[in-house]
Design a protein around this ligand. Structure first.
Ligand code: CP
Ligand code: NVA
Length: 322
């Protein structure tokens, strides 16, 4: 059976190792370590990435990361291929599996990435659907581990829409035993099945999951505050939605309620002046550009894990992570 990454809990069993591998590989690669520089688990492998929506970080981080692992990256804009117009997702999945070692897919409906995975015979990585953004969560938790000494008693607060980014962030936090508090206005809560999965992980790992409609209650003494745009891709017609987010802007007054060592996180792109102010975005405790960079390292780890598990195990051994 092929392993896919449709939501971050698909890699629950090895999630911490995947993140530790990414952190260590990044460190070794940056210091010019020969083994890391010559580690090419995607040698002769082509990875195709289908985009139904625009992307800056996901597209560039996948293309560069795949090349650094010795593979070749093909970016397939939906308008350039037959998907959904004259060919079904299932047929597309079977055809692409004959050429590619893995497929990444950014789509609207989450059902579509599920359908692609069902018919593909190579790993499928969800590069953002309306429901999940697992590659983002892997980079986010990698960044949290880099910036905070311990996950013990660490609280991550979400202030904003109960959207795709929150879904995988809350799952990922609970998978690592990190407390999560999310402030979402009435009517914009995360999906019930994702909350239930998060609560199950939190119970197992002894952490908490708290929902409030009060952003200050969410950020009070928290170590991380995370927000995202109020209107996601595909929701541009919901112009009235922003009214529900009055008081949800992450600004100087809000972060003053946090632990002194607060960090600000955002998946980007940010709408400066809407969900976050320049003061917070540009503050030295904002770690948004580390997050963006870590998309690449986290995805390199995920690709090695999913596409060439043998190489992943060997590198884990080399790095002393076993
Ligand atoms: N955070 C993120 O997925 O960014 P892009 O939309 O630019 O890929
Ligand atoms: N919630 C946003 C995330 C963009 C990276 C969206 O889906 O548009």
């Amino acid at each position: 059976m092929v392993d896919h990454l449709l939501a971050i809990d698909d890699v629950n069993e090895d999630f911490e190792d995947i993140l530790r591998w990414a952190i260590e590989f990044k460190r070794l690669w940056k210091q010019g370590d020969e083994v890391a520089l010559n580690f090419l688990p995607l040698d002769t492998v082509a990875v195709g990435s289908i985009y139904e929506k625009p992307s800056t970080r996901t597209r560039v981080s996948f293309e560069v990361g795949i090349q650094r692992l010795g593979g070749s990256a093909l970016t397939l804009s939906k308008n350039d291929i037959q998907l959904g117009t004259s060919e079904t997702i299932g047929d597309t999945a079977q055809v692409l599996s004959r050429f590619l070692g893995a497929i990444t897919y950014r789509c609207f409906a989450h059902d579509d990435v599920e359908a692609l995975a069902e018919h593909a015979t190579v790993p499928v990585l969800n590069a953002l659907s309306a429901k999940h953004h697992p590659c983002q969560a892997a980079a986010d938790l990698m960044t949290i581990l880099e910036h905070h000494d311990t996950t013990e008693n660490l609280t991550v607060a979400w202030v904003g829409d109960g959207n795709n980014v929150l879904h995988d962030l809350m799952l990922a936090c609970a998978m690592l035993g990190i407390d999560i508090r999310y402030a979402c206005p009435d009517g914009y809560e995360p999906a019930e099945d994702v909350v239930a999965r998060t609560e199950a992980f939190a119970k197992l790992n002894g952490s908490s999951v708290i929902h409030t409609t009060d952003p200050i209650e969410a950020v009070n003494d928290a170590h991380v505050v995370y927000t995202d745009v109020f209107i996601s891709m595909g929701e541009e017609h919901l112009t009235d939605k922003v009214q529900a987010f009055d008081g949800y802007q992450v600004n100087k007054a809000m972060v003053q309620h946090m632990n002194d060592r607060w960090s600000f996180m955002h998946c980007l792109p940010a709408h400066r002046g809407d969900e976050v102010t320049d003061w917070v975005m540009d503050h030295e405790q904002s770690i948004v550009f580390d997050q963006a960079e870590n998309r690449m390292w986290a995805q390199m780890s995920l690709l090695t894990y999913l596409v060439n598990n043998g190489a992943w195990a060997a590198m884990k051994d080399f790095m002393g992570l076993v």
